[in-house]
Ligand binder design. Structure first.
Ligand code: NAD
Length: 429
C-alpha cells in the first residue's frame, strides 16, 4: 500500500499528462499543486472533566486558494496525521474546481478518538481547537466542515467560539452546522444523496452495457434489485444505503465498519441498522451483524454484486482487493479509498471507478449552498436544495463522462483534467 502523499502526487502526475498544457506549464502546475500553501499544526491544552490536562495535536492544511477561499472538512480520528490532511486537502482543491465552486481546498483534524470522550469533554476540545485555529479561518478565508468523527454539533461549537473571539456574527465561517444555528436544509444527507445521483447517472450512461434490455425504463426500475456492498456506515455510508435501497430499490448484500464485515445475499434491513447504529455507534450485534457471522475484509470485498461503495477511510482497496472485486463499478464515497496500483488493476479488469472528487462532492456542494445562505441571510427549502444538488451532480457527472470518452481515459483522470484546467486558468489570469 502507498502512503497518502504518494497516492495524490501519482494521481496528479498521471492527470497532468492528459492536459493540453505546454511542457513548461505542466511542470509549473505540478510544482504548485504538489504541496499545500500552508501547513498549520497546533498543540492545544484541554482540562478534561476528570481533572487531567491533556495536550491535543490539531492540523489545518490550506492546499490552494486560486479559485476562492480554502474549503474542507475537519476530521477527529486517532490516526489523523499531516500526510493524511495534505492528501485530503489536495482532493478538496480538485473537488471544488471540478464542481465549479468559488473555493479552493483545505482539510484538517485533531488526532484523538472522539468515541473515548464524554459530550462535555468533546465540547471543551472543540472550543479549544476553535481558539487554536480561529486566526486562520473565516468565511472569506478558510471554511471548515464536518468529516470523519465530526458532525453538526462540532461545527456549532466551533462557530460559536470563533464568533465570540472575533466579536462578529459570521455564521459562514463553518458549514455543516445545525439547522437552528445557520445550517442548511439537506446538508447532513448531501454526500450520500450526491452519491445516489452518481449511481443513477452511471446506470443511465452504461445501461446498454450492464443491464438487460427488459430492465430499461425509469432509473429506479433499472436499478431495482441490483446489489451493492458498502464499507462504512457513518454519515456518508448510511445515507447512501438509505437512498439506494428506499429510492432506487437496490439491495445491500454486504456491510462493514470498524467493528467487522458481514454479508447477506437476501439484503440487510438498512432502516433497522440505521436505528441500531444511532443507538450503539457501530454495526456489530445489529440486525444481521452477529459477531459469529462476521467475514474477513477480503471475503467481504469478494462478494459478487453490481456496485462496491467504500465509504469509510482512505487506502482500503489495494492490489489484493482489486483482484478480488466482483462488480461492475466502484463508487468512491470515501476520499482516496483505492491506491494507484489497485486503480490500474480495476481499469485493466474493465471495472468503472466513479472517483471520490465526483462521487462524494455532494457534501461540499451543499456546504456551498449553506455558505451562500449565510451570506445572504436567507434560507432555502429542502426541495430547492435537493433540486439544485441533483442538477449540479448530473452536470458534473456528464462533463466527466464526456471528457473520459474524449480522452479515452478513466473518469478519475478526466475529473482531474477538468479541475486542473480551471485551476490553471485562475492561476494564469
Ligand atoms: P463517519 O465518521 O460518519 O463514518 C465513518 C465510518 O467508517 C463509520 O461507519 C466507521 O465505523 C467506519 N470505519 C472507520 N474506520 C474503519 C475501518 N478501519 N474499517 C472499516 N470501517 C471503518 O465519517 P463520514 O463523514 O461518513 O466519512 C466517511 C468518508 O467519506 C471519509 O473518507 C470522508 O473523508 C468522506 N467524506 C465525507 C463527507 C461528509 O460530508 N461527511 C463528504 C465527503 C467525503
Amino acid at each position: 500500500m502507498k502512503n497518502m502523499c504518494d497516492l495524490y502526487q501519482e494521481q496528479l502526475a498521471l492527470a497532468i499528462e492528459n492536459t493540453c498544457f505546454s511542457a513548461e506549464c505542466k511542470e509549473e502546475i505540478v510544482e504548485i499543486l504538489k504541496q499545500p500553501k500552508h501547513e498549520i499544526i497546533v498543540n492545544f491544552p484541554v482540562k478534561l472533566s476528570n481533572g487531567h490536562l491533556k495536550v491535543f495535536k490539531g492540523y489545518r492544511i490550506q492546499h490552494n486558494n486560486f479559485c476562492g477561499p480554502y474549503k474542507g472538512g475537519l476530521r477527529f480520528h486517532h490516526n489523523t496525521h499531516l500526510d493524511e490532511c495534505k492528501a485530503l486537502a489536495f482532493w478538496m482543491t480538485v473537488k471544488c474546481a471540478l464542481q465549479e465552486l468559488p473555493f479552493g481546498g483545505a482539510k484538517g483534524g485533531v488526532k484523538f478518538d472522539p468515541r473515548e470522550y464524554s459530550t462535555d469533554d468533546l465540547h471543551k476540545i472543540c472550543k479549544a481547537f476553535a481558539r487554536a485555529i480561529y486566526k486562520y479561518v473565516g468565511s472569506e478565508r478558510d471554511i471548515p466542515a464536518p468529516d470523519v468523527g465530526t458532525n453538526s454539533k462540532t461545527m456549532d461549537w466551533m462557530t460559536a467560539e470563533t464568533r465570540r473571539l472575533n466579536h462578529d456574527h459570521d455564521f459562514g465561517v463553518y458549514t455543516g452546522k445545525s439547522l437552528i444555528f445557520g445550517g442548511s436544509q439537506g446538508r447532513t444527507e448531501a454526500t450520500g444523496r450526491g452519491l445516489m445521483h452518481c449511481v443513477e447517472k452511471w446506470a443511465e450512461l452504461t445501461g446498454a452495457a450492464h443491464i438487460s434490455a427488459t430492465d430499461l425504463g425509469e432509473n429506479h426500475q433499472i436499478l431495482k434489485d441490483r446489489t451493492f456492498i458498502l464499507q462504512g456506515f457513518g454519515n456518508v455510508g448510511s445515507f447512501a444505503a438509505k437512498l439506494l435501497t428506499e429510492r432506487l430499490g437496490m439491495k445491500c448484500v454486504g456491510l462493514g465498519d470498524h467493528t467487522g464485515y458481514w454479508t447477506n445475499a437476501e439484503g440487510f434491513s438498512i432502516m433497522e441498522l440505521r436505528n441500531w447504529v444511532s443507538e450503539t455507534g457501530c454495526l456489530s450485534r445489529g440486525p444481521g451483524c452477529a459477531p459469529e457471522q462476521a467475514v474477513d475484509k477480503l471475503a467481504f470485498f469478494s462478494q459478487a454484486c453490481d456496485l462496491v461503495i467504500p465509504a469509510a477511510l482512505e487506502l482500503q482497496i489495494g492490489e489484493e482487493e482489486a483482484h478480488a472485486l466482483q462488480c461492475s463499478a466502484v463508487i468512491e464515497g470515501a476520499n482516496g479509498p483505492i491506491d494507484t496500483d489497485a486503480d490500474r488493476i480495476l481499469t485493466e479488469r474493465g471495472i468503472t471507478v466513479v472517483p471520490d472528487v465526483l462521487a462524494n462532492s455532494g457534501g461540499v456542494v451543499v456546504s456551498y449552498y449553506e455558505w451562500l445562505q449565510n451570506k445572504r441571510c436567507e434560507y432555502w427549502s429542502l426541495e430547492k436544495v435537493r433540486n439544485d444538488l441533483e442538477k449540479r451532480m448530473d452536470k458534473a457527472f456528464n462533463r466527466v463522462w464526456s471528457k473520459a470518452q474524449e480522452l479515452k481515459t478513466t473518469m478519475r483522470i478526466a475529473a482531474y483534467v477538468l479541475a486542473i484546467e480551471r485551476i490553471q486558468y485562475a492561476y494564469d489570469t
